[in-house]
Design a protein around this ligand. Structure first.
Ligand code: PRP
Length: 208
């Protein structure tokens, strides 16, 4: 597999207390824009090129994890110009506030992935609990190969021993919203990744 290293959070930390770039409508909710629309678009294009190269001769099935992955997935697969199949798994952590609580599967896979090359796509890899559980669920279905692609990777928060094969951006441990990611089901529609102001979730014990 040809794989370029994830884009490091270059300069991202320096933006954390800089509200410049946050659209006026969101300034009271967000501390900063962590990753702009243009940065996302560039990185998504380059991830798509890597995936195309790696799966050109393969029977690719993209398995996307609902709900947060919706924007990333839509942008990514439009840039991937090789044949693929697409399916979804619904999985959500229901816990106190933003802590990773119990995982509940809300939609099962419908496609037969036996003998096929499965690429799981998710928006963020945090503790790793979700990805680990999904991998455990897919392995018995006997895909030829099982790989993972995430837009964001918070490596410092990892609890489970799981890594993504394709990573858009390695990010620091801040509460990110937008581009599919939510806080209490809000902010998913922001076209960029922003950092939620901590006064909005101060009662919670863990950042995300
Ligand atoms: C979020 C996110 C990942 C998961 C990552 O999903 O979309 O799937 O958490 O966290 P983890 O690595 O700690 O398991 P969430 O359960 O919030 O559902 P959503 O996609 O509907 O927002």
């Amino acid at each position: 597999m040809r794989q370029t290293p994830p884009v490091r959070a270059q300069g991202l930390e320096s933006r954390l207390s800089n509200t410049r770039g946050v659209p006026a409508r969101w300034r009271s909710d967000l501390d900063c824009v962590l990753i702009s629309q243009a940065q996302i678009a560039r990185r998504v294009r380059s991830l798509a090129r890597e995936i195309e190269g790696d799966y050109r001769t393969r029977d690719l099935v993209i398995v996307s994890l609902l709900n947060g992955t919706v924007m990333f997935l839509a942008d990514l697969i439009r840039q991937v110009s090789i044949p693929l199949r697409l399916d979804f798994i619904g999985v959500s952590s229901y816990g106190a506030g933003t802590t990773s609580g119990e995982l509940v599967f809300t939609k099962e896979l419908r496609l037969d992935v036996k003998g096929r090359d499965v690429l799981i796509v998710d928006d963020i890899l945090d503790t790793g609990r979700t990805l680990k559980r999904v991998i455990q669920r897919l392995r018995p279905l006997k895909p030829r190969r099982l790989r993972t692609c995430v837009l964001l990777d918070k490596t410092s928060r990892r609890i489970e021993k799981v890594n993504a094969d394709y990573v858009g951006f390695a990010i620091p441990d801040v509460f990110v919203v937008g581009y599919g990611l939510d806080y209490a089901e809000r902010y998913r529609n922001l076209p960029f990744v922003g950092v939620l102001s901590d006064r909005l979730y101060t009662s919670l014990t863990t950042p995300q």
